[in-house]
Design a protein around this ligand. Sequence first.
Ligand code: FAD
Length: 497
Amino acid sequence: MQPDVLIVGSGMGGATLAAALAPSGRRIVILERGERLRDCPEARDPHAIFGRGFFRPKETWRDIKGEAFSPGNYACVGGNTKFYGAVLLRYRAEDFRPLRHIGGTTPGWPISYEELEPFYGKAERLYRVRGDATGDPTEPPRSSVYPFPPVPDEADVASLRRSLAAQGLHVSALPLGVDIDRWLARAPTAWDAFPDTTGAKADAETAGLAEALRYPNVTLLAGTKATRLLREGRRAAGVEVERNGGRETLSASVVCLSAGAIMSAALLLASTDGEHPQGLANSSGQVGRNFMNHNLTAMIAYNPIRRNRTVYEKTIQFNDWYLTGGPNGEPLGNVQMLGRVTGPILAGESGLPLWLAGHVAERSMHIMAMSEDLPDPDSRVLWRDGGIVLDWRRTNLDAHRLLVSRLGRTMRRAGWPIVLSRGFPKSKPSHQCGTARMGADPATSVVDANLKAHDLDNLFVVDASVLPTSAAVNPSLTVAALAFRAGEHIRSRVFPA
Ligand SMILES: Cc1cc2nc3c(=O)[nH]c(=O)nc-3n(C[C@H](O)[C@H](O)[C@H](O)COP(=O)(O)OP(=O)(O)OC[C@H]3O[C@@H](n4cnc5c(N)ncnc54)[C@H](O)[C@@H]3O)c2cc1C
């Protein structure tokens, strides 16, 4: 029997949408190209993960010069959230309005923070977020409290928190979807970039999908890769898939694309037909454009005579320069702990010999600077010769450099005199977004404020593609909140009782 809703992708957007729609009783089928991750020794082995790239997908993409690279983009049930740092932050209220940055002014969103606020609350409950909304002056207003208290600071992080506060900074708890006791029971490691195989991280599989699959009307088809969308007039008529070694076409009343910002854009661009040589939902020519991914720098603050005895470290942040840190009051970005870097991790990421990496890692604190990447129509995902080309043009780099140098000074004052920093490589688009942006104007956006494609009556895009701006906070909670909001729209307007 034909389902009511087909969802392509079981990551943050797709799984949350399924959870939002499940109580409606509508028949929902989720197509996921990957399989469920099984527990294995490598899941907590930093040598395997960072040194050997054990979980890295086998596919390659190309950059605009034609050079192939292996993207840090995971294909499994739960998508990239299986490996995520589980930092579940709300965008700040100001992020929804035009903001003047050093690198340009952002467009406003077609919805306000206030319109998304109740859905942030639903997302925080589904993803069992541990947090404390006090102490951060940029924290937006909220109508609900965090469902759990924050993950506790370890002693060395508590000490860093005091040193930062002594410099006048407003340090607050990083909101996290991690059950720390359960996580540590499997092995004493950090969780960022380690896959969750025990349910200790609230990710798209263990939270969103688990909730959706409690309902008999929801089915997951893992190992099912969508290759193309078919169109009939103003409707998405079907999804061509590869499955069990064969090809078939599935159809539904409503089709939701939740394959992630790069794969969703690629699927739309690959779905050409005689009338639409630019691909589906792309009369604006905007599909694939405005690709953003944050400017991220990992920093190692080293002191040869101090030890870092932490296991997970990733519990604090500050946003003192988030809205107004620049020379003329421009935003600079967010600062948060990176997550515990150990010798094998540093050796795997930097190529340093293990003994030296171990020496540095054990005598340093590990912190991350994150600045907004602004939408640029020339920064884009292309579909060429049956493959993905990523032409990511970074923006707003002066703001990021300023953030990094200010953070370096701050860490030196906090008692860590040597600060090493390294930008995240372009081959790891972990905070990818923007490639099918939401907007009121069909000439400059791909989907409307309810995430329905302007060009088609039954196609929704529900993932990080739709974000009009990247802000300077981790994207997942905003993707989940938007999925709840789109789910409510589909339930009440597309399938009214
Ligand atoms: C190492 C790492 C750490 C991160 N840490 C954080 C963090 O701390 N906080 C945060 O907010 N964000 C973090 N992120 C980013 C976060 O994971 C993404 O923002 C989020 O997963 C985006 O949700 P999505 O629905 O757009 O895509 P995804 O969650 O990636 O889901 C896309 C899904 O679609 C599937 N798919 C793709 N193509 C097809 C196809 N053709 N057919 C069928 N299925 C398909 C994929 O396999 C995947 O399951 C991190 C990412 C990484 C890689």
